[in-house]
Design a protein around this ligand. Structure first.
Ligand code: ADP
Ligand code: MG
Length: 339
């Protein structure tokens, strides 16, 4: 355990025994800081440094210890009370719909990975666009005062939608658009590289929300057939765990949208399930199923460490995600004004 606290968690050379040559190799490979080192797997580090496994493990552990000692990340061993206290300061991004926020316990929480899945047109991308704007609001208005990294694998990111959502909140669209970094992921390998190099972008641009829309599209499209299934699941596992570690260590919100597939084994109820199998289910902290319901949408918590299985309705409007009874609320406010 290091004895001295470090003041600069971005300085790799502050790690005892790590020299400038290795630091340079790590930086060239996208590992710019101690944060990046602890969010990398030992195999990734071994690939770029030609270290043996035990050396890679040693430096990752050291970086973790320095960060823990300096209070930059949570300690590995904590009491339940420590965790309880830490959870009190978790910050949240509001969704635009009060019912949705209540359902989430106040909004999307930092340090967690949310998987939203549903069929085409169920509102996953509209949800992502809305939170891209909301995260930029000040904390007392339901945001985190931070930017966004939007990894777009389906070419469905639309700045025009951001413009409308921003205008509806009285914000200047250009300022909001400026703080959304969009990375178009052309294939599964490219998508993995984008996330592997995300650490530096996150720190440089005060990013508080990372979105991958959709996380599985590239993996499913390219890797078909039994032969590559094991390889695909392994890559996906690494990718998702990287995303989860990013959420935890940088204390930001991560959202991954996922496609829904029909489950031939399901004979009762809704035959839709999330793509990606168990790997997807294990990596995400919260899973939310989106479904169309007439003009509205339904969101259902499928798997949460702290919420019962429950569902709410919301609406997609020009202003983004809103409550179903928003019109009613506006009418009520108007009639109160008149009386
Ligand atoms: P998914 O990503 O789940 O496939 P989307 O989030 O793209 O689905 O949702 C698409 C739906 O969102 C459209 O079918 C439409 O109903 C709704 N939508 C898109 N833009 C607007 C808008 N400007 N105003 C209202 N609804 C919209
Ligand atoms: Mg979409």
């Amino acid at each position: 355990m290091p004895k001295e606290k470090i003041s600069d968690p971005y300085d790799l050379e502050a790690i005892d025994g790590l020299g400038p040559v290795t630091a340079k190799k790590l930086i060239n490979a996208g590992i710019h800081s101690m944060y990046d080192l602890v969010t990398s797997s030992p195999t990734e580090v071994m690939d770029v440094t030609s270290w043996d496994r035990d050396v890679a493990d040693k430096f990752i552990t050291k970086a973790r210890e320095y960060l823990e000692l300096g209070g930059f990340i949570s300690k590995s061993y904590r009491t339940a009370k420590d965790i309880y206290i830490e959870r009190q300061v978790i910050k949240r991004i509001k969704t635009g719909s009060e019912s949705f926020d209540d359902f989430l316990g106040g909004g999307l929480e930092t340090g967690s990975l949310y998987e939203t899945y549903g069929v085409f047109g169920s509102g996953k991308t509209q949800f992502c666009h809305t939170i891209c704007v909301n995260v930029q609001m000040p904390e007392d208005q339901g945001g985190l005062n931070g930017g966004v990294l939007y990894i777009d694998s389906e070419n469905t990111f639309r700045p025009e939608r951001i413009e409308s959502i921003a205008k509806a909140r009285g914000l200047k669209p250009n300022d909001i658009l400026d703080k959304i970094i969009v990375a178009r992921a052309h294939n599964a390998g490219h998508q993995m590289v984008i996330l592997d190099y995300a650490g530096n972008e996150i720190l440089k641009n005060n990013i508080k929300l990372v979105i991958i829309d959709s996380v599985m599209g590239n993996f499913r499209g390219e890797m078909v057939g039994r032969g590559t299934l094991a390889e695909r699941q392994q890559m996906l596992n690494r990718h998702l765990h990287k995303l989860l570690r990013i959420a935890e260590n940088y204390r930001i919100v991560a959202v991954a949208t996922n496609q829904a597939v029909s489950d031939p084994n399901q004979s009762f109820g809704d035959p839709t399930k999330a793509a990606g199998g168990n790997i997807m289910a294990h990596a995400s902290t919260y899973r939310i199923y989106f479904k169309k319901s007439g003009q509205n949408r339904v969101a259902r918590f499928m798997d949460s460490p702290m919420h019962p299985e429950s569902e709410i309705k919301f609406k997609i409007a020009e202003s983004g995600i809103t409550d179903v009874d928003d019109d009613k609320k506006t009418q009520k406010a108007d009639s109160e004004k008149c009386s």
